[in-house]
Ligand binder design. Structure first.
Ligand SMILES: Nc1ncnc2c1ncn2[C@@H]1O[C@H](COP(=O)(O)OP(=O)(O)OP(=O)(O)O)[C@@H](O)[C@H]1O
Length: 275
């Protein structure tokens, strides 16, 4: 559900230096992120990892919970994505890009603030729920059905997906555990791209492909963008972001440092980080 933003005053970033969010009443909002905070709780102390086995041992021994440490990964992020936006999310390692995408997908609960989406967000690779022990072709069928396609639609899309993934000969019938990470990423992208998503979230999917695959992926995103609500793309490769996106959000330590025209944001980012 999208909040009644059109009547509302501009949403402002809650972080001290975050840019103010200005509402464009002429465009249709698809995703509204309003003062979002995401906090991970990490179990520390006792030397061990927070595994189920160590938790069970503690329960049996009637010990207290281990100390928890908080990682504040997203700190008061606010922005509005409009219909037709392809938004690149950039930032150095650990700046909160993947966390933000997962929160938009509804996979992480906000500690404060909220995410409002118009339609169903699909995080590429997660929603497709690919199974490593099954062949690529079985995964195509399961992935399509999991995305809500009917059996007929799945059949109709099958060849297109195989063609788009363009795996080495024969690999489509091998278990996905035998695929390289690049091959897996191609197949995940191909499956996810087989249907239009209201909000499409792509995390580093294009990082592993070769130049030819990147070009085709870019074209596919363009095509999906026309029908999709909004596309979010996380990539360390800034060329991919510049070529694919009409807007870039720069995250720095969980806050928005800049949000706007790709050329301007990428230039400032490159100057600041030397990347
Ligand atoms: N499951 C988790 N549990 C605890 N802390 C986490 C978890 N996932 C991420 N973090 C922490 O949250 C912060 C943001 O991580 P995130 O993965 O969102 O960053 P990123 O910008 O996507 O990084 P990268 O470019 O390296 O992929 C980091 O400090 C990271 O250590």
């Amino acid at each position: 559900m999208v909040k009644a933003l059109k009547e509302k005053a501009p949403v402002t970033g809650t972080g001290s230096q975050q840019p103010e969010v200005v509402v464009d009443p002429t465009r249709e909002p698809i995703v509204v992120v309003d003062g979002l905070h995401i906090v991970y709780r990490v179990y520390s102390g006792g030397g061990g990892k927070g595994t189920a086995a160590s938790a069970l041992l503690r329960i049996v021994k009637r010990e207290n919970r281990p100390q928890t440490k908080e990682v504040h990964a997203v700190r008061g992020v606010s922005f509005i994505a409009y219909r037709g936006d392809a938004i690149g999310v950039i930032g150095t390692n650990g700046s909160g890009k993947s966390t933000l995408l997962k929160a938009i997908a509804g996979l992480l609960p906000p500690a404060r603030g909220g995410v409002y989406t118009d339609g169903q967000p699909s995080m590429l690779g997660v929603n497709a729920a690919l199974m490593r022990d099954l062949s690529g072709s079985r995964n195509i069928v399961l992935g399509c059905l999991a995305m809500g396609l009917t059996q007929e639609e799945t059949k109709a899309k099958y060849e297109e997906i195989v063609k788009f993934a363009d795996l080495k000969k024969g690999f489509i019938d091998y278990p996905m555990s035998t695929y390289s990470s690049g091959m897996g990423a191609r197949l995940r992208f191909a499956i996810a791209a087989a249907r239009t998503h209201d909000v499409m979230l792509i995390d580093e999917a294009l990082a592993t492909g070769d130049a030819k695959f990147k070009k085709r992926s870019k074209e596919k995103i363009e095509e999906l963008r026309k029908d999709a609500g909004a596309v979010f793309l996380v990539a360390h490769n800034l060329d991919v972001i510049e070529e694919t996106c009409n807007r870039v959000i720069w995250l720095d330590e969980g806050r928005i440092k800049m949000d706007g025209d790709p050329k301007e944001v990428l230039r400032a980012y490159t100057e600041a980080t030397g990347k």
